[in-house]
Write a protein that binds this ligand. Structure first.
Ligand SMILES: NC(=O)NCCC(=O)O
Ligand SMILES: [Zn+2]
Ligand SMILES: [Zn+2]
Length: 467
């Protein structure tokens, strides 16, 4: 007989429901839920019982935007698939979707193979891949069809970073047309990189070299303009569109206007835009470099529009865009020239906790927390209902969450392989206690009991968000 686990006594929270129920797990899958008052669970035979009394039982988090060991800005993101997925598990995330990169002049296949080689046998939790398309030609367009069939069903393109990942509008349109035909989802980094590069050169020539100028040159209007343009291109192509790491209130307004017209346009934001601001970028002694990412942090008044977008469903997903670079030895490559600071923030471990704090702070409801962090990312990227919910047939990716525990976020205690925390000193109520991945404990009572290689590559279906 296969091992059976029961998670008992907790409040099971999904995007749809909150019920006191016991959860029966067999062969890594959820096989039944029994309402507390039904008495049904009394007849269940179990090898292991996890007592969740007084705790929440949540679906494992799905982080649809990470960059483990990504070469970028002349260095490489400091979390490997091993350290980054371990940290994700500590934070209650049980699936990541990372970005494989097509090098310019290379095939999509070569990029995907390279990312498989990095991740294979290393991950503590399950993972999938999106593909960054940086060289649109006949061959890569054909490869998109093949990748969709194989379970790489989403493609990130960049209107930013000329000379690196940038695609012009013609290339973007061609890829969108292809996605309209094969069912893939185009994910857009929407910033007008050509205009931004002019402003970067002008700022540097004027002696404006500090990290805070990163935020000034990456103007909110240039995020909004690119968002608008991406929406129109997707419309012409007849393709759905998912805009990543939305930070400007004007960009939210573009998404909302498109959605009001019934267009299949979706938006993601990240905890850094919800909790941090240009005040962080302006921290003295080059400390602002810790907060350099693109799109950039915005003045704090943009946060209200992001929270509102999350409540009104004009924004659907909160991912981390986890792309950590150490302050010493990596971020400091940009002393004296903010354009040389590698772009990206750590956060894969913090997302579920920060969003729980947002529930307590009144920004979102408890079910909306699970919707934007678990269910919708799974649905958006073809992983639902296997991931992102607690229901018979779903993978037993579960988090026992203590909603009353107090913690202080800090680089001293986090598990990400990076020498600072973007949220150093922030007090959070709530903490992950136990995490199961396909029924196997990865974190048990605040100890890591997982292993590199437990996590499986998970091919994905087409986006289920249009159904
Ligand atoms: N966001 C960021 O600053 N770094 C990661 C790369 C990207 O997502 O554009
Ligand atoms: Zn991006
Ligand atoms: Zn990213």
């Amino acid at each position: 007989m296969s091992a059976r686990t029961v998670v008992s006594g907790g409040l099971v929270v999904t995007a749809a429901d909150e019920t006191y129920a016991d959860v029966l797990i067999e062969n890594g899958r959820i096989v039944a839920l029994a309402d507390r008052d039904s008495g049904l669970a009394a007849s269940w035979q179990a090898d292991t019982v996890i007592d969740a009394t007084g705790k929440y039982v949540l679906p494992g988090g799905v982080d649809a935007h990470t960059h483990m060991e990504m070469p970028f800005g002349g260095t490489t993101a400091s979390d490997t698939f091993e350290t980054g997925t371990r940290a994700a598990a500590w934070g209650g995330t049980t699936t990541i979707v990372d970005f494989a990169i097509q090098g310019v002049g290379h095939s999509l296949r070569a990029g995907l193979d390279a990312w498989h080689a990095k991740a294979d046998g290393k991950c503590a939790i399950d993972y999938g891949f999106h593909m960054i398309v940086s060289d649109v030609d006949e061959n890569s367009l054909k490869e998109m069809d093949v990748l969709v069939e194989e379970g790489v069903t989403s493609f990130k393109m960049f209107m930013a970073y000329p000379g690196v990942f940038y695609s012009d509008d013609g290339k973007i349109l061609r890829a969108m047309q292809r996605a309209a035909g094969n069912g893939g989802l185009i994910m857009m980094h929407a910033e007008n990189g050509i205009a931004i590069d002019v402003l970067v050169q002008q700022a540097l020539a004027a002696g404006k070299t500090d990290p805070r100028f990163h935020g000034e040159v990456r103007h909110a209007l240039l995020e909004a303009e690119a968002t608008h343009r991406a929406i129109q291109l997707a419309r012409v192509a007849g393709a759905p569109l998912y805009v990543v790491h939305v930070s400007a209130q004007q960009a939210v307004a573009e998404l909302a206007a498109a959605r009001d017209q019934g267009l299949p346009v979706f938006g993601e934001t990240c905890p850094q835009y919800l909790f941090l601001s240009t005040d962080n970028l302006a921290e003295p002694d080059f400390e602002g470099a810790k907060y350099v990412c693109s799109t950039p942090l915005r003045p704090a008044e943009h946060q209200a529009a992001l929270w509102q977008g999350l409540r009104t469903n004009d924004l659907q997903v909160v991912s981390t865009d986890h792309c950590p670079f150490c302050f010493t030895g990596q971020k400091d490559m940009g002393r004296g020239d903010f354009s040389k600071i590698p772009n990206g923030l750590p956060g894969v471990e913090n997302r579920m906790d920060l969003l729980h704090q947002a529930v307590l702070d009144g920004h979102i409801s408890r079910r909306r927390w699970i919707e934007i962090a678990c269910a919708t990312p799974a649905r958006m990227f073809g992983l639902y209902p296997r991931k992102g919910t607690i229901a018979p047939g779903a993978d037993a990716d579960l988090v026992v969450y203590d909603p009353h525990a107090q913690q202080v976020l800090s680089a001293q205690t986090h598990h990400m392989n990076v020498d600072y925390s973007a949220y150093e000193g922030k007090r959070i109520t709530g903490r992950v206690e136990t995490v199961l991945s396909r029924g196997v404990p990865v974190i048990r009572d605040r100890s890591f009991v997982g292993r590199a290689g437990h996590g499986r590559y998970t091919p994905r279906g087409l986006t289920g968000y249009l159904d």
